[in-house]
Design a protein around this ligand. Sequence first.
Ligand code: SF4
Length: 482
Amino acid sequence: MRYGRMNEEESKIYMGFPGDEPPFYAYEAVQIFGDCGAFPEFVPHSRDGIWLSKNGKRICVPDFTENDPGVRQKLIKREIYVIMSSLTGYVSPWGCMTGVRPAKIVNGLIKSGMSGREAVRELETFYLVSHDKACLALETAQNQERFLNEQHMCPENTAIYIDIPFCPTRCLYCSFTSHPIEKYKKRVGEYLTLLENEMRRVIPLAVSKGYRPESLYIGGGTPTSLSEDDFAHFMDFVTDIIDVPSLKEFSLEAGRPDSITDRKLKRALDAGVTRISINPQTMNDRTLEMIGRKHTAADTERAFYAARSAGFTNINTDIIAGLPGEDTPDFERTLSLIRDMRPDSMTVHTLSVKRAADLRRDPRASSLRHDITGKMLSLAYDAAKEMDMRPFYMYRQKNMLGNLENVSYCRAGCESPYNIHIMEEDQTVLAFGAGGVSKFCSFAEGDGGIGRTIKRSFNVKGVEDYMARSEEMAERKIAMLG
Ligand code: SF4
């Protein structure tokens, strides 16, 4: 495996392709190499098909005489990955696999008749995934499948997502719709009123048409950054409009420990919240300050134990591997302190530097450790095992350090149906508030089993835009409810 980023001279690679733009599968294959700084320069209108060159030496990608266009594209993508790997010396732990949901690919292979071992072999030989990652994908897929088999699945089951896009401050790496609440103090009330109107117009109508809310997730942002009165008022509204006792899960993001108070915890419990996320991200105060989170590790511990004493029995903690300035011992320290708290689930993210993040434009982005993040994830896997947790969902994103993954681990019985169904995309999601993405799933029996189609409805992202157009966001969903 090649670590370290390539210098400009050695990374000069060119990719030729017919037409104005590279085919998306070719683009996806070369994007993997952004992690080692070797993204090729594009040469459009090639008469020789797709090729790659370095130091004047051109390697043509075979066109593959394969009838199935999907298979042909996969073969070309794999070949581009192999050539790029030979030109750069870089090997991705996930090989040429670029999708968001590796466990879903494993489940697809198993449903096509493969055993678990055969699915791992397929990941290793076709997608060139490392053995460890192939086994992790299989373990996650099996845990997910076991959980889903125990569930009573109905096509009308629906998830509800509510976005409160405010936080105490904005984290350096944040790419979500999130605004410092202090700045929006005067407009939070207006946002909540419009959000409630959107929900009031859509949820009762959806229920009357047969949609059955199964899980509720209040995220953002940090919903607990609302004032105690606003939070209590909003919880009252939620319990009025949604039949909370009938839900399998009611999850609340309380990500920033400095936004949690005893009164909010009590109000959340009274409203029926079953799962709460208190997210340290790191237990190192120096890093917390650097990434713009105005709280300490001690604040996280205080909030965590307050939630335990209040009666929460399913507490998740999010951490991030690869934060600026952190080395493996820093990450080990975070894991050790989390182990002491004994959460019920732990979600381990790999730092991903997205376009919307301030970190993208920050000089610290150039010194991020692409080389040690994989080791951090292995340590997290071991720590999760020690806490009796198993992986229950995973996903990958663009621009993740080391081309790695995000994995959520939990103790048996603490799985989050909301997160699993979001990963599987097998359930309708009604999303409210700025940036919410609703998905309408419909199912039909066909020759190859049950087929699924998904239609999406996007809410505008910015708070100002949302406040100007919240009626239209409701109308969009109403039109899709039919
Ligand atoms: S707590 Fe989460 S949503 Fe809020 S600023 Fe940080 S990363 Fe963004």
